[in-house]
Ligand binder design. Structure first.
Ligand SMILES: *[C@@H]1O[C@H](CO)[C@@H](O)[C@H](O)[C@H]1NC(C)=O
Ligand SMILES: *[C@@H]1O[C@H](CO)[C@@H](O)[C@H](O)[C@H]1NC(C)=O
Ligand SMILES: *[C@@H]1O[C@H](CO)[C@@H](O)[C@H](O)[C@H]1NC(C)=O
Ligand SMILES: *[C@@H]1O[C@H](CO)[C@@H](O)[C@H](O)[C@H]1NC(C)=O
Length: 370
């Protein structure tokens, strides 16, 4: 871990030096034309939306059936809205969009993008960076307007990192692919261990880029290789995503970020802590709600190795939190800390939107005396 942190610091120093010389060094935020505001003229689109020239959208390279969609476009009885600016792209079967980033080898780059399902049932997206790829399902909707943002990270293995978003779907109607808007990137640094917490990134302050203007957080898909999890030091286990939320749009117990457990027992987050056998430890954390109309009787289950605690929390959906404690004696040199929500919840203003309890400010300390 120490070695990793050193490497990152060294890389930061290099990056800072580079900024002086190369005006185009990487900056966290939207990629150039990452919200597709620059694109072909209406007259260049076939059948109103289809882009034929693979270079017609500045900074991007397209393959396959890609449509350029203006906010307010109608498809059947569906009105397509665009979260940022006025334009988005739609990826048909096997279509993809690609952009090259200038990267620093060895650093982790996290891509955040917004996507919306249109008419297909089982939509998926295949995200590639530095030759590594992962397929994320986008059939479960978490936000009420149909758009969700996703975070996905890659370690740069060359100074030019190709980011590809590809629709591997095979639908009968090629126009049934997902819409994509707002593609951003952020460099993630390995969190430092501290004397005040055996766990790293316990407050979830380090995580994927969150769009300043989108009010639905960022979904972190499950089962991504540990090193590349958008929540440094944590892994998202089991089957479904967790949601990364920001204090601008949600109630957050501490700091600027927290995690909402949006899919019951199907979404858990975990971290393995170094512990000393026989020592007594105290795990403390905050359980609350995000002030997103997610009301009801919630329970968060926390595990530290074989020890567990169930923390009930009555949510009115208006924000608030309580603190919880789990005291345990370590039985191994590595103790797995896991959190999940016992129940599924949906928003009281939109029963199709999954939501759940929020956890934050997770601390693990050894006690001097049991
Ligand atoms: C990447 O770096 C090259 C030169 O090193 C520069 O010409 C190019 O504009 C940069 N690209 C981006 C997206 O900043
Ligand atoms: C345009 O629409 C026509 C009629 O639906 C279709 O045959 C043709 O393939 C479409 N062109 C493109 C480029 O999608
Ligand atoms: C995902 O995309 C990458 C390259 O863009 C490709 O090599 C890989 O086979 C794709 N995976 C799936 C499941 O389509
Ligand atoms: C966010 O919204 C504000 C106010 O509506 C607007 O001025 C700003 O340009 C938006 N920022 C982005 C990145 O879209």
């Amino acid at each position: 871990m120490g070695g990793k942190t050193m490497t990152a610091c060294f890389a930061v120093a290099l990056l800072l030096c580079a900024v002086g010389e190369v005006a185009s060094a990487f900056v966290d935020g939207l990629l150039p034309n990452g919200n597709f505001e620059y694109g072909p003229k209406k007259s260049e689109l076939i059948n109103g939306t289809v882009v034929v020239d693979p270079r017609a959208i500045p900074r991007w390279e397209l393959t396959g059936f890609v449509e350029y969609i203006e906010s307010g476009h109608r498809q059947g009885d569906m009105l397509l809205v665009v979260p940022e600016g006025y334009y988005a792209v739609r990826l048909g079967n096997e279509a993809s969009i690609k952009q090259k980033l200038n990267a620093t080898v060895g650093l982790t780059y996290c891509i955040t993008f917004s996507a919306a399902r249109t008419c297909a049932q089982e939509e998926k997206l295949n995200i590639t960076g530095s030759g590594d790829s992962g397929v994320i399902p986008i059939q479960t909707m978490y936000s009420s307007n149909g758009w969700d943002s996703y975070g996905f990270c890659f370690k740069a293995t060359s100074p030019v990192m190709e980011v590809v978003i590809h629709n591997p779907g095979v639908e009968e109607d090629p126009a049934c692919g997902p819409l994509i808007d707002s593609v951003a990137a952020k460099v993630l640094y390995p969190p430092r261990p501290s004397k005040l917490n055996v766990l790293k990134n316990g407050g979830f302050e380090e995580g994927p880029y969150v769009f300043p203007n989108t009010s639905w957080g960022v979904l972190i898909p499950p089962n991504i290789e540990d090193d590349n999890c958008p929540l440094p030091a944590w892994t998202v286990e089991s089957l479904k995503a967790v949601k990364y939320i920001d204090s601008v749009h949600f109630a957050v117990p501490q700091g600027k970020r927290a995690v909402e457990l949006v899919a019951g027992r199907e979404s858990a987050i975990a971290q393995v802590a170094r512990t000393i056998v026989g020592k007594t430890y105290r795990l403390t954390f905050a359980v609350g709600d995000a002030s997103n109309a997610c009301a009801g009787s919630m329970v968060v289950e926390a595990f530290a190795g074989k020890d567990t605690v169930k923390v009930p929390y009555e949510s009115k959906g208006k924000g608030g939190f309580k603190r919880a404690v789990l005291t345990f004696v370590a039985t191994a040199t590595r103790t797995r800390i896991v959190f999940f929500s016992t129940f599924y919840h949906t928003r009281s203003d939109d029963f199709s939107s999954l939501c759940g309890p929020v956890i934050d400010d997770v601390k693990l300390l050894s006690l001097r005396k049991p």
